[in-house]
Design a protein around this ligand. Structure first.
Ligand SMILES: Cc1ncc(COP(=O)(O)O)c(C=O)c1O
Length: 398
């Protein structure tokens, strides 16, 4: 089938809830994707921060194939090996004592909301059930997730939303303090707001939130669905802050391309959850968990994350130099590791389209930020190629 035929079928049969780029991707190899017309693209999207090891990684494929041949799915009314080993791996490498498995980021977030409320409603003499979330945040697309997402465009048409949610300004501790009540159970925050335009939390903000939660008996919940698992150059995005949460959500990169979500929590939260409180048929799927174990093994290999930090710093320097060359068109470089954004004067979508014409795939993060999410294995020369092409595009569009 030709590209135009496939796109026509998509238009006819698939719910039109996405605006997709006009190309049909057929296969991938390393950091390259190939479309049905045989064109090759350098990938700086990684399936939206999923494909940390690019395409066709032998070790991930071997983990998937080996486990699929043994057992794919049996549900959570039985024990299986891969999920237990993955839970131990995630717990031992983090602040957490327990893991809950589901299938996507938004489900992991929904679970974090339910677990926080159950803890707040059952731990104190009077129930605590309110959340403080951040303006400009993004937590997914279930009703709980959009209700805690501080961007009105995701709410439109879906009201009434979940109640008991107050919004503070990201990086403004006083705005959070003003909203705390005796009914607040948790503060919800991304250490780096990704969809909201690539904004890093300040150390004072996250450290202040930790102190506030400790002094007022609230949980601190980090959404690391996009920025955890090595994307910012450390296994967890919060590591450089010296602050640990009480719950943390993960998804995206963990499954090596297979769907998975995880909610990690401290024992005090786990103590509030009883059998039957929450569940997922596909959660802890054996193939996904076996693949995730291979992802964790590769991420934590000696020197791997240091390489991500080095190449991230190199890309920041190159992008900053480009920004200084074109201060009228390019406004600011933001981010950390290999999640970087360039703030642009004209719509970011113009640059995304121009990159695509030059066979490089990039994304946006809001209307005026071009977002770079290369596979974590992308080489320095390939990152340089992206910046060189960006320079040509800026000149051409000027
Ligand atoms: C920070 C954050 N939270 C939650 C989600 C939702 O994850 P999913 O699309 O897997 O449901 C995303 C997805 O982009 C995200 O970036």
């Amino acid at each position: 089938m030709r590209t135009a035929d496939i796109i026509a079928l998509e238009n006819r049969y698939v719910l039109q809830s996405y605006s997709r780029a006009p190309l049909v991707l057929e296969r991938g190899n390393g950091v390259y994707l190939f479309d049905t017309d045989g064109n090759r693209y350098l990938d700086c999207v990684s399936g939206l921060a999923v494909n940390a090891f690019g395409y066709g990684d032998y070790e991930l494929l071997a983990a998937m194939q080996e486990q699929a041949a043994k057992l794919i799915h049996v549900s959570n009314i039985f024990h299986t090996v891969p999920s237990v080993l993955l839970a131990r791996e995630l717990v031992e490498r983090s602040f957490a004592d327990r893991a809950f498995f589901c299938n996507s980021g938004t489900e992991a977030w929904e679970a974090a909301l339910k677990f926080s409320r159950k803890w707040g409603n059952t731990t104190f003499a009077k129930p605590k059930f309110r959340f403080i979330a951040m303006h400009n945040s993004f937590h997914g697309r279930t009703l709980g997730s959009i209700s805690t997402t501080g961007q009105p465009k995701y709410h439109q048409g879906f009201q009434p939303l979940l109640g008991g949610i107050d919004f503070a300004d990201f990086n403004d501790l006083a705005s959070v303090e003003r909203l705390v009540t005796d009914e607040t159970c948790a503060i919800l925050v991304e250490p780096l707001q990704a969809e909201g335009g690539i904004h890093l939390a300040t150390p004072e903000f996250l450290q202040g939130l930790r102190q506030l939660c400790d002094s007022r008996g609230m949980l601190l919940v980090f959404d690391e669905i996009q920025v955890g698992l090595g994307r910012t150059g450390t296994l967890w995005a919060h590591q450089p802050y010296g602050v640990e949460p009480d719950l943390m959500t993960l998804a995206k990169a963990l499954g090596g391309g297979l769907p998975i979500g995880v909610t990690l929590m401290r024992q005090k939260v786990a103590d509030a959850i009883k059998p039957g409180d929450h569940a997922s048929t596909f959660g802890a799927n054996a193939v996904t968990c076996a693949t995730a174990l291979a992802v964790m093994r590769k991420l934590t290999e000696e020197g791997f994350l240091a390489g991500v930090r080095d190449r991230g710093e190199h890309l920041v320097e190159r992008l900053q130099a480009l920004q200084q060359r074109f201060p009228g068109q390019l406004k600011q470089v933001r981010g950390r590791g290999l999640i970087l954004g360039m703030v642009t004067e004209r719509p970011a979508a113009d640059y995304v389209a121009a990159f695509r014409e030059r066979h490089i795939l990039v994304a946006v993060a809001g209307p005026q930020v071009v977002r770079f999410l290369p596979p974590l294995v992308m080489a320095t020369e390939q990152l340089d190629e992206v910046v060189d092409v960006f320079g040509d595009i800026v000149q051409a569009l000027a």
